[in-house]
Design a protein around this ligand. Structure first.
Ligand SMILES: *Cc1c(COP(=O)(O)O)cnc(C)c1O
Length: 395
């Protein structure tokens, strides 16, 4: 049974894109000096800010998530500046490494790979070193699928009387896991286009509030490319991108924001992702009861709605079966078997991406393919996974 039929990429980014987004990009090059494209920008900014729940500003760059990390650091971090990086997986270490290479003094606080950050330890670290200028927090670490509590980290920072900026990596989960940038006290939020925002990889976004503006003003110099000031200057579209604008991506993004903000609604999107994630968790719990795929994060309150990491001996065989026989590509395990930052694939883990333009039939298809693969490969697993998933979707 080869996999004729439409393929599905069930990895944690790039996510499934609406055909409407792709169609919006399929067009001749637009005028970049005046007219429709420049006129679209205020609405794009307004809607991006609605997704991040902020009254702050947003700078748009050509780049992936790593570029957003770099952009945030370039505008907030002086050479030798101290940053604290709580890590719950590969991506925390990655942001810390990016900070180090940008000249910061980065201290990583390791929280393992299965549990969220512990705000008490962040408070302790900030009390011990009042010179820390930023906390770089990954909300959903996509390697482990651990979700950390942004609000609780802000409370810990306040309790420590720290004036550090709270910078949040929401690359995996903006538009998926709830995030209230202003209400929760985040000063900077970074994300990319290719996950919850349902647009091809290539754009990234840095949201920033008043305290981050002041940090930027305090720097002696900022890289011309990453400086967020010209990026957010009104009325100068052709200067907002330090070079040619990402014309077609902006058309795709416009369409994606229409869908997310104006048709579905951000809160409804959070609720949809919650239901889909619960279906995945329910299936995994049934499989693991019989020795099959096991959720990496035990406590549902600490699991992301964007992606699920599972432990399974021989996960690579299952991934191959699903791709070759069922047309669905699962995410590889990433950085699970070693402590720290090594970007190694983990053959005994796989991930299911469930962010973006996704509905119940798609998630049931993915779970059904995994269930069939476990049977075909005679891998141990408990019964009732699909029953559990459909029950979760029925609530
Ligand atoms: C995907 C991701 C990144 C990296 O984004 P790229 O676009 O691959 O550079 C960083 N952090 C998190 C949490 C992610 O999910």
């Amino acid at each position: 049974m080869p996999s004729f039929g439409r393929e599905h990429l069930a990895i944690p980014g790039p996510s499934t894109m609406p055909d409407r987004v792709l169609r919006a990009m399929h067009r001749a090059s637009p005028n970049i000096y005046s007219g429709e494209l420049p006129d679209m920008m205020p609405g794009i900014r307004r809607d991006l800010k609605a997704v991040a729940r902020t009254e702050g500003d947003v700078a748009i760059y050509i780049g992936n998530g790593h570029a957003a990390w770099e952009a945030a650091l370039a505008n907030t971090c002086a050479p030798g500046g101290r940053v604290l990086v709580p890590a719950t997986g590969l991506f925390g270490h990655g942001w810390g490494e990016m900070a180090r290479r940008a000249g910061a003094e980065a201290t990583v606080l390791e929280f393992g790979k299965r549990t969220p950050v512990d705000p008490a330890r962040i408070e302790e670290a900030l009390r011990a070193d009042p010179s820390i200028r930023s906390v770089l927090l990954v909300q959903t670490d996509t390697s482990t699928s651990v979700l950390s509590d942004v609000r609780a980290v802000r409370a810990a920072m306040d309790a420590a009387r720290s004036d550090a900026l709270l910078q949040v990596d929401a690359i995996a989960c903006l538009g998926v896991d709830r995030l209230e940038m202003d209400e929760w006290g985040a000063d900077v939020v970074v994300t990319g286009s290719q996950k919850g925002l349902m647009t091809p990889p290539g754009l990234c976004f840095v949201f920033f509030g008043p305290r981050a503006v002041r940090a930027r003003e305090g720097l002696d110099r900022v890289s011309l490319y990453w400086d967020w000031v010209p990026r957010t200057a009104p009325g100068a579209f052709w200067q907002n991108f330090c070079g040619t604008a990402p014309t077609h991506h902006l058309y795709g993004l416009r369409e994606a924001l229409d869908i997310l903000v104006h048709e579905e609604g951000v809160e409804e999107a959070w609720a949809r992702h919650d239901r889909l994630a619960r279906a995945v968790w329910s299936a995994c719990e049934a499989w693991s009861a019989g020795g099959g795929p096991t959720l990496n994060v035990a406590d549902p309150d600490h699991r992301s709605r964007a992606t699920t990491t599972c432990a399974l001996d021989g996960a690579e065989r299952l991934r191959a079966w699903c791709e070759e026989r069922a047309g669905v590509t699962l995410g590889i395990g990433l950085g699970m078997q070693v402590e720290g930052a090594q970007q190694r694939s983990s053959p005994d883990h796989f991930r299911i991406g469930h962010m973006g333009h996704l509905n119940a039939q798609m998630i049931l298809g993915t779970l059904g393919a995994i269930d069939a693969g476990l049977k075909a490969l005679r891998m141990p697993h408990g019964p009732g996974a699909l029953e559990g998933a459909s029950a979760a979707l029925a609530t």
